[in-house]
Design a protein around this ligand. Sequence first.
Ligand code: ADP
Length: 241
Amino acid sequence: MNKPTVLEVRNLTRRFGGLVAVNNISFDVHEHEVVGLIGPNGSGKTTTMNLISGALPPSSGEIWLGDTCISRLPARRIARSGVARTFQLVRMLPSLSILENVKAGAVFGHQQLWGSELDHHARRLLERVGVMHDPDAPTSSLTYIDQKRVELARALASNPRVLLLDEWLAGLNPTELQQGIELIADLRDEGRTILLVEHVMDAIRSLCDRCVVMSSGSKISEGGTEDVLSDAAVIEAYLGK
Ligand code: ADP
């Protein structure tokens, strides 16, 4: 594969006191690729996402976005450089309308738009992710899946170089799950570059070009999705929990 590398994680370590939550992890995400960051609960996936987005500083190691080292930058500078994310527990800005929530992504993110251009862009994105609600309504009127869709639209609003999805499909019913998988598949087909933490095996199988598997903070496997999911060490790590 000769696609350019967008995100490069090099020897990344994060300790919490005596606990090594992320232990010397390295992996790359290439342009237009969907990479799954998977592993049992407590293996360090969310901590890795927090390190990439700058919510936490690493204890050691480096993270590169293209030719910029982002691992010592504050979160807002990392967002500006082109990393956008959604959270495991959806985070709306409750004092803002649905539309304003989406616009906020473009104001604080990589590609900045203003005025009517921003307004059109945000409305298009809401349609794109399937939110039929009045864009000027408060976010409190949204169902859970629609909040997730709005959060995704907000992450997309800045046209990020890499999109981090932290269990974006968690908590959805089977119909919503299918719609959610299709939505992410559409983003992949548009050529987005995505790193996703996911537990739903159907989603991992249908969305991820490659997977990086973590267990107890360490990377235990990496490669094409089917190969990784049939790797004995991976099966053992999941069954051992
Ligand atoms: P995963 O996302 O794979 O479930 P996490 O990254 O959430 O795993 O957690 C990895 C390990 O780090 C766990 O043992 C967790 O308890 C610990 N951990 C995560 N965040 C913190 C924190 N802020 N302080 C202390 N320990 C933490």
